[in-house]
Ligand binder design. Structure first.
Ligand SMILES: Cc1cc2nc3c(=O)[nH]c(=O)nc-3n(C[C@H](O)[C@H](O)[C@H](O)COP(=O)(O)O)c2cc1C
Length: 203
């Protein structure tokens, strides 16, 4: 049996000039260094789905979708064992475009681990808390640890100051509480492996 854990990193915002692609690209490269993982970066800009308008909720549609882009999205999500969602905070929540990307599917998300990378004036924490509630309804396992990007790193980019490359995220690995990135990966991989085994054995 192939025990490789397939992890999809999802860029959670699509607006012009978005910050999200920077932490997404960074965490994607960091994750690739972990053993036993196959990582893919998913950009919602490549999946311009309509707002959900099917007659049946995806929880009862048995994985059948009429829209071609949704079908493509479903295939990608179905292929994942775990997800890292990179999200900003929009009015204390998360972007509507990402809510739609969650709502259009159901069984493809089920019984899989999910972790969050967030940013904003309150580190995106409010957005992540909302996402955790939604993840449970999608029968996902949202992990405890998250990467909340320090506001100084995020604001430096917004104000055009400081580094713009992946080196900006270096302090996150060197905090007083240790390497937060590795703690996050260890947590995600533990749940991803446990759930992969459980799904395979149909416990
Ligand atoms: C519609 C909207 C609402 C926002 N609301 C918040 C907010 O509630 N809290 C916050 O910290 N930042 C808020 N911001 C600022 C975002 O954190 C900032 O624009 C960030 O760069 C958005 O992520 P993105 O660049 O990946 O789209 C908001 C931005 C937008 C566009």
């Amino acid at each position: 049996m192939d025990n490789t854990i397939k992890i999809k990193v999802i860029i959670g915002s699509t607006r012009q000039g978005r910050f999200s692609e920077k932490p997404a690209q960074w965490i994607f490269e960091e994750l690739k260094q972990q053993k036993g993982v196959e990582v893919e970066l998913l950009d919602l800009r490549d999946y311009p789905m309509p707002f959900f308008d099917e007659s049946m909720p995806p929880s009862t549609a048995g994985g059948k979708y009429s829209n071609e882009i949704v079908k493509k999205w479903a295939k990608k999500i179905n292929d994942g064992d775990a997800f890292i969602i990179v999200t900003p905070e929009y009015n204390h929540g998360y972007p509507a475009v990402f809510k739609n990307a969650l709502d259009v599917l159901y069984p493809e998300w089920n019984r899989k681990a999910v972790g969050f990378v967030s940013y904003g004036s309150a580190l995106g924490a409010r957005s992540v808390e909302q996402l955790r509630q939604v993840a449970v309804e999608l029968q996902m396992a949202p992990i405890r640890n998250a990467i909340h990007i320090p506001v100084d790193i995020f604001m430096a980019v917004m104000m055009g100051k400081g580094p713009t490359g992946p080196e900006m995220f270096k302090p996150i690995r060197e905090g007083v509480m240790g390497d937060r990135v590795q703690i996050f990966f260890d947590d995600l991989l533990w749940w991803a492996k446990a759930l992969q085994a459980a799904r395979t054995q149909s416990v």
